[in-house]
Design a protein around this ligand. Structure first.
Ligand SMILES: [Zn+2]
Length: 356
């Protein structure tokens, strides 16, 4: 079997998103999976890409990792314009009765809470409605689920429903504040200060504030296609990635053996730490060693903020070769048909100065 993983560009300006197309299997019997669709514009690009390079209108699996519109929006176009086998996405509005008691206001009903969730996750809800209209089977991707060859490593259903969902932004006030929600209210400050790093001196810390609950709810996907191991992370944060590594271990999978790992959340430093990377990429290697992991990161054409240099260094130090989209489609393939007129990519280099 072969596999190809393609990152379609998202964002002309500085806003990032994910749009990923995966095809795997044997010639004549390929399966196609779309993981997130970016913006409306990248959704159209996915549709064209699948028609042009795969010669089909049919997508076996569509996965929405989490409900942010920079990941869900383009999937509406994909669902409208292509034939879809299965849609995998969380349906948070269907879990309202399980979490209602966590909110302060005693007048909240299951229904009114469900409506609030739908309104706050409007894009994802539209995607759901469109899929219902087209009678596409919809399943929720929780730990242990199998989507074709891909296994869902995170989130565990109980964690999602009882800990993450109640902390999603724009929901009513909680009786007790959870730890995760603190990160949501913080103000993002522009980074001005730089600090020197070397191969042996890592400044990435365990202690940066974590990404928010909605990002932590991202579906983490793992596949082993003929001994070629792949990890897709969405915008998953440190907790979700540690959980993924724990669950992988429990089913006899060592994520360090992955040949392809997506850099989570467009290279934000709130999503990874040295201990997370030691588990999903591997421990640090001596300078000059041949890279053993390929890493892709989706960043918009003009952003200067992502991927964080401190994160790129931390990946490179662990034997990863890092490539970014930055306005172009990038393709990684193993045992798949060659494509003419596609240039080879230049990896990002180690940075002597990183964000302080
Ligand atoms: Zn994102």
């Amino acid at each position: 079997m072969g596999i190809e993983i393609e990152f379609i560009p998202v964002g002309e300006n500085t806003k990032n998103g994910d749009a990923i197309v995966v095809r795997y299997g044997k010639e004549g019997n390929y399966k196609i999976m779309v993981v997130d669709g970016g913006t409306k514009d990248s959704g159209r690009k996915i549709v064209e890409h699948i028609k042009k390079y795969y010669g089909t209108n049919y997508v076996d699996f569509v996965v929405n990792t989490h409900p942010d519109s920079d990941h869900a929006s383009g999937l509406i176009t994909v669902v409208e314009e292509l034939e879809i086998g299965e849609l995998w996405m969380h349906l948070p509005w269907e879990h309202s009765s399980k979490i209602r008691d966590l909110f302060k206001d005693g007048r909240i009903t299951d229904n009114s809470l469900a409506e609030k969730i739908k309104t706050s996750l409007n894009t994802a809800y539209q995607l759901y409605e469109r899929a219902c209209e087209k009678e596409i089977p919809i399943c929720e991707p929780f730990e242990g689920a199998l989507i074709g060859e891909f296994k869902v490593l995170s989130p565990l259903e109980d964690w999602y429903v009882n800990y993450l969902l109640p902390d999603f932004p724009n929901l009513p006030e909680r009786r007790e504040q959870n730890v995760v929600s603190k990160a949501l209210s913080e103000v993002y400050s522009k980074l001005l200060e730089w600090i020197e790093e070397t191969w042996d001196k890592e400044t990435l810390s365990e202690n940066y504030e974590s990404t928010g609950a909605r990002n932590e709810s991202s579906v983490v996907l793992y596949a082993n296609v003929d001994d070629y191991k792949v990890l897709l992370t969405g915008d998953a944060g440190k907790q979700a990635l540690h959980n993924s590594a724990d669950y992988a271990e429990s089913i006899g999978v060592d994520l360090k053996e992955c040949s392809f790992v997506q850099m989570p959340h467009h290279g934000s430093r709130r999503n990874v730490s040295p201990s997370v990377l030691d588990r999903i990429i591997g421990e640090r290697v001596p300078e000059g060693d041949q890279p053993t992991t390929t890493t892709y990161v989706s960043v918009s054409k003009q952003t200067e903020d992502h991927p964080k240099k401190i994160v790129v260094n931390a990946f490179i130090r662990r034997g990863a070769k890092v490539f970014e989209t930055r306005g172009s489609t990038i393709r990684h393939h193993k045992n798949m048909p060659a494509r003419t007129n596609w240039n080879s990519l230049t990896p990002l280099t180690f940075n002597p100065d990183v964000e302080k």
